[in-house]
Design a protein around this ligand. Sequence first.
Ligand code: ZN
Length: 249
Amino acid sequence: MSATHTPESHTPESLSAHLSHLLGAPVHLEVRRDRSVPVQARAMRFLPFARGGVELKVHELFLSAPPTVHQDMAAWLKVGKRAKASCQRLDHWIQGALQTLPPLQPRRLRLQHQGRVHDLQAIQLELLGSELAHAFEGFPQTSEPRHPIPHITWGRAGRGKKVRSIRLGSYNTENNLVRIHPRLDQPAVPERFVRYIVFHELLHAIYPSQKDRSGRWIHHTPKFKARERQFPDYAFALEWEKSTLFRVI
Ligand SMILES: [Zn+2]
Protein backbone atom coordinates (compact mmCIF):
# COMPACT_ATOMS: atom_id res chain seq x y z
CA MET A 1 0.00 0.00 0.00
CA SER A 2 1.35 3.42 -0.85
CA ALA A 3 1.86 6.12 1.73
CA THR A 4 -0.47 8.49 -0.05
CA HIS A 5 -4.01 8.65 1.18
CA THR A 6 -7.13 10.04 -0.35
CA PRO A 7 -8.00 13.52 0.99
CA GLU A 8 -10.76 12.02 3.15
CA SER A 9 -8.52 9.45 4.74
CA HIS A 10 -7.58 9.59 8.41
CA THR A 11 -4.30 9.75 10.22
CA PRO A 12 -4.00 7.23 13.08
CA GLU A 13 -4.60 10.09 15.53
CA SER A 14 -7.70 11.41 13.78
CA LEU A 15 -9.17 7.92 13.38
CA SER A 16 -8.53 7.23 17.03
CA ALA A 17 -10.33 10.44 17.96
CA HIS A 18 -13.16 9.73 15.56
CA LEU A 19 -13.74 6.20 16.88
CA SER A 20 -13.56 7.45 20.48
CA HIS A 21 -16.25 9.94 19.61
CA LEU A 22 -18.48 7.29 17.97
CA LEU A 23 -17.97 4.83 20.82
CA GLY A 24 -18.31 7.41 23.57
CA ALA A 25 -15.23 5.95 25.22
CA PRO A 26 -11.50 6.16 24.69
CA VAL A 27 -10.04 4.16 21.80
CA HIS A 28 -6.34 3.48 21.85
CA LEU A 29 -5.52 2.79 18.25
CA GLU A 30 -2.57 1.02 16.73
CA VAL A 31 -2.31 0.95 12.93
CA ARG A 32 -0.34 -1.89 11.39
CA ARG A 33 -0.02 -4.01 8.27
CA ASP A 34 -0.96 -7.44 9.56
CA ARG A 35 -3.21 -8.95 6.89
CA SER A 36 -3.90 -12.15 8.78
CA VAL A 37 -5.44 -10.27 11.72
CA PRO A 38 -6.86 -7.09 10.17
CA VAL A 39 -8.80 -6.12 13.32
CA GLN A 40 -8.18 -6.90 16.95
CA ALA A 41 -9.83 -5.30 19.97
CA ARG A 42 -9.29 -5.63 23.70
CA ALA A 43 -11.22 -3.92 26.45
CA MET A 44 -9.15 -1.52 28.55
CA ARG A 45 -10.60 -2.69 31.85
CA PHE A 46 -7.26 -2.41 33.55
CA LEU A 47 -7.33 1.38 33.37
CA PRO A 48 -9.98 2.77 35.73
CA PHE A 49 -10.30 6.05 33.80
CA ALA A 50 -10.81 4.22 30.50
CA ARG A 51 -14.13 2.61 31.39
CA GLY A 52 -15.67 1.15 28.25
CA GLY A 53 -12.56 2.00 26.29
CA VAL A 54 -10.73 -0.33 23.98
CA GLU A 55 -7.32 -1.04 22.66
CA LEU A 56 -7.74 -1.48 18.95
CA LYS A 57 -5.29 -2.79 16.39
CA VAL A 58 -6.29 -2.34 12.78
CA HIS A 59 -4.81 -2.73 9.34
CA GLU A 60 -3.89 0.59 7.76
CA LEU A 61 -6.65 0.05 5.20
CA PHE A 62 -9.05 1.32 7.88
CA LEU A 63 -7.53 4.80 7.64
CA SER A 64 -9.09 5.30 4.23
CA ALA A 65 -12.25 3.27 4.86
CA PRO A 66 -15.61 4.93 4.14
CA PRO A 67 -17.35 6.53 7.15
CA THR A 68 -19.94 3.74 7.30
CA VAL A 69 -17.15 1.26 8.02
CA HIS A 70 -16.06 3.31 11.01
CA GLN A 71 -19.67 3.44 12.22
CA ASP A 72 -19.98 -0.33 11.91
CA MET A 73 -16.71 -0.68 13.74
CA ALA A 74 -18.00 1.45 16.62
CA ALA A 75 -21.21 -0.61 16.76
CA TRP A 76 -19.14 -3.80 16.94
CA LEU A 77 -16.91 -2.34 19.66
CA LYS A 78 -19.98 -1.41 21.68
CA VAL A 79 -21.87 -4.71 21.71
CA GLY A 80 -19.67 -7.20 19.90
CA LYS A 81 -21.26 -9.86 17.73
CA ARG A 82 -24.73 -8.74 18.75
CA ALA A 83 -24.29 -5.97 16.20
CA LYS A 84 -24.92 -8.60 13.58
CA ALA A 85 -25.54 -6.45 10.52
CA SER A 86 -22.55 -4.26 11.34
CA CYS A 87 -20.32 -7.28 11.78
CA GLN A 88 -21.40 -8.70 8.46
CA ARG A 89 -20.80 -5.45 6.62
CA LEU A 90 -17.46 -5.04 8.35
CA ASP A 91 -16.44 -8.57 7.42
CA HIS A 92 -17.47 -8.01 3.86
CA TRP A 93 -15.61 -4.73 3.59
CA ILE A 94 -12.44 -6.22 5.07
CA GLN A 95 -12.45 -9.15 2.64
CA GLY A 96 -12.86 -6.79 -0.31
CA ALA A 97 -10.31 -4.28 0.92
CA LEU A 98 -7.66 -6.94 1.55
CA GLN A 99 -8.05 -8.09 -2.01
CA THR A 100 -7.09 -4.68 -3.32
CA LEU A 101 -3.64 -5.02 -1.72
CA PRO A 102 -0.76 -6.18 -3.89
CA PRO A 103 0.29 -9.77 -3.27
CA LEU A 104 3.00 -10.16 -0.66
CA GLN A 105 6.33 -11.20 -2.04
CA PRO A 106 7.63 -14.20 -0.15
CA ARG A 107 10.98 -12.52 0.21
CA ARG A 108 12.09 -14.20 3.36
CA LEU A 109 11.03 -17.63 2.20
CA ARG A 110 13.59 -19.79 0.59
CA LEU A 111 11.91 -21.26 -2.43
CA GLN A 112 13.20 -24.60 -3.60
CA HIS A 113 11.32 -25.95 -6.58
CA GLN A 114 13.99 -28.40 -7.71
CA GLY A 115 13.92 -31.48 -5.53
CA ARG A 116 16.19 -34.50 -5.60
CA VAL A 117 13.72 -36.28 -7.87
CA HIS A 118 10.88 -34.01 -8.94
CA ASP A 119 11.04 -30.45 -10.24
CA LEU A 120 7.89 -28.68 -9.05
CA GLN A 121 8.32 -25.71 -11.32
CA ALA A 122 8.58 -27.90 -14.41
CA ILE A 123 5.43 -29.73 -13.31
CA GLN A 124 3.63 -26.46 -12.65
CA LEU A 125 4.59 -24.89 -15.98
CA GLU A 126 3.48 -27.98 -17.82
CA LEU A 127 0.10 -27.88 -16.04
CA LEU A 128 -0.33 -24.19 -16.87
CA GLY A 129 -0.03 -25.05 -20.52
CA SER A 130 -2.35 -28.05 -20.42
CA GLU A 131 -5.05 -28.86 -17.83
CA LEU A 132 -4.85 -25.38 -16.32
CA ALA A 133 -4.53 -23.40 -19.55
CA HIS A 134 -6.44 -20.08 -19.56
CA ALA A 135 -6.39 -19.76 -15.78
CA PHE A 136 -3.12 -17.98 -15.03
CA GLU A 137 -1.26 -14.94 -16.31
CA GLY A 138 0.66 -15.51 -19.49
CA PHE A 139 -0.80 -18.98 -20.22
CA PRO A 140 -1.59 -18.03 -22.90
CA GLN A 141 -0.72 -14.33 -23.29
CA THR A 142 -3.88 -12.23 -23.10
CA SER A 143 -5.05 -8.86 -21.89
CA GLU A 144 -7.78 -10.39 -19.72
CA PRO A 145 -7.11 -10.28 -16.00
CA ARG A 146 -5.86 -13.65 -14.77
CA HIS A 147 -4.49 -15.08 -11.57
CA PRO A 148 -0.82 -14.35 -11.01
CA ILE A 149 1.17 -17.57 -11.23
CA PRO A 150 1.78 -18.93 -7.74
CA HIS A 151 5.25 -19.43 -6.35
CA ILE A 152 5.97 -23.07 -5.74
CA THR A 153 8.36 -24.82 -3.38
CA TRP A 154 9.08 -28.01 -1.58
CA GLY A 155 8.28 -27.62 2.10
CA ARG A 156 10.96 -28.14 4.66
CA ALA A 157 11.25 -31.57 6.23
CA GLY A 158 9.74 -31.56 9.67
CA ARG A 159 10.92 -34.08 12.19
CA GLY A 160 8.91 -36.47 14.30
CA LYS A 161 5.65 -35.93 12.48
CA LYS A 162 3.23 -38.77 12.25
CA VAL A 163 3.20 -39.89 8.65
CA ARG A 164 -0.54 -40.48 8.71
CA SER A 165 -1.31 -36.87 9.44
CA ILE A 166 0.91 -35.05 6.97
CA ARG A 167 -0.49 -32.56 4.57
CA LEU A 168 0.70 -33.35 1.09
CA GLY A 169 0.35 -29.82 -0.14
CA SER A 170 -0.93 -26.40 0.81
CA TYR A 171 -1.78 -23.13 -0.83
CA ASN A 172 -1.22 -19.84 0.96
CA THR A 173 -3.40 -17.05 -0.44
CA GLU A 174 -1.48 -14.33 1.34
CA ASN A 175 1.76 -14.86 -0.51
CA ASN A 176 0.36 -16.87 -3.41
CA LEU A 177 2.54 -19.82 -2.54
CA VAL A 178 2.12 -23.53 -3.16
CA ARG A 179 4.03 -25.81 -0.83
CA ILE A 180 4.45 -29.52 -1.44
CA HIS A 181 5.45 -31.95 1.28
CA PRO A 182 9.10 -32.99 0.88
CA ARG A 183 8.31 -36.67 1.46
CA LEU A 184 6.80 -36.75 -1.99
CA ASP A 185 10.21 -35.98 -3.44
CA GLN A 186 11.45 -39.52 -3.89
CA PRO A 187 11.69 -42.02 -6.74
CA ALA A 188 8.97 -44.25 -5.30
CA VAL A 189 6.44 -41.44 -5.75
CA PRO A 190 5.42 -41.27 -9.41
CA GLU A 191 5.53 -37.87 -11.04
CA ARG A 192 1.88 -38.36 -12.00
CA PHE A 193 0.98 -38.28 -8.33
CA VAL A 194 3.04 -35.17 -7.56
CA ARG A 195 1.47 -33.58 -10.61
CA TYR A 196 -1.98 -34.23 -9.19
CA ILE A 197 -1.05 -32.69 -5.84
CA VAL A 198 0.33 -29.59 -7.60
CA PHE A 199 -2.84 -29.41 -9.70
CA HIS A 200 -5.00 -29.59 -6.55
CA GLU A 201 -3.09 -26.76 -4.86
CA LEU A 202 -3.21 -24.60 -7.99
CA LEU A 203 -6.99 -25.04 -8.02
CA HIS A 204 -7.02 -23.36 -4.61
CA ALA A 205 -5.55 -20.28 -6.31
CA ILE A 206 -8.35 -20.35 -8.87
CA TYR A 207 -11.27 -21.21 -6.57
CA PRO A 208 -10.81 -19.38 -3.26
CA SER A 209 -12.33 -20.72 -0.06
CA GLN A 210 -15.81 -19.43 0.67
CA LYS A 211 -18.00 -19.12 3.72
CA ASP A 212 -21.24 -21.06 3.80
CA ARG A 213 -24.49 -19.68 5.22
CA SER A 214 -23.54 -20.58 8.76
CA GLY A 215 -20.23 -18.75 8.39
CA ARG A 216 -18.08 -21.86 8.16
CA TRP A 217 -15.22 -21.92 5.66
CA ILE A 218 -15.51 -24.25 2.70
CA HIS A 219 -12.10 -24.87 1.20
CA HIS A 220 -13.23 -27.23 -1.53
CA THR A 221 -16.24 -25.56 -3.10
CA PRO A 222 -18.53 -27.44 -5.50
CA LYS A 223 -16.82 -25.66 -8.42
CA PHE A 224 -13.44 -26.69 -7.09
CA LYS A 225 -14.51 -30.32 -6.78
CA ALA A 226 -16.13 -30.41 -10.20
CA ARG A 227 -12.95 -29.10 -11.79
CA GLU A 228 -10.81 -31.52 -9.84
CA ARG A 229 -12.85 -34.50 -10.98
CA GLN A 230 -12.13 -33.53 -14.60
CA PHE A 231 -8.42 -34.05 -14.04
CA PRO A 232 -7.41 -37.04 -16.20
CA ASP A 233 -5.31 -38.59 -13.43
CA TYR A 234 -7.84 -37.97 -10.67
CA ALA A 235 -8.88 -41.61 -10.31
CA PHE A 236 -5.30 -42.78 -10.56
CA ALA A 237 -4.18 -40.34 -7.87
CA LEU A 238 -6.93 -41.26 -5.40
CA GLU A 239 -6.25 -44.93 -5.93
CA TRP A 240 -2.48 -44.54 -5.58
CA GLU A 241 -2.91 -42.43 -2.46
CA LYS A 242 -5.12 -45.08 -0.90
CA SER A 243 -3.16 -48.13 -1.90
CA THR A 244 0.46 -47.07 -1.89
CA LEU A 245 1.21 -43.62 -0.51
CA PHE A 246 1.59 -44.43 3.14
CA ARG A 247 3.72 -47.48 2.48
CA VAL A 248 6.07 -45.35 0.46
CA ILE A 249 6.40 -42.31 2.67
ZN1 ZN B 1 -7.27 -28.70 -0.85
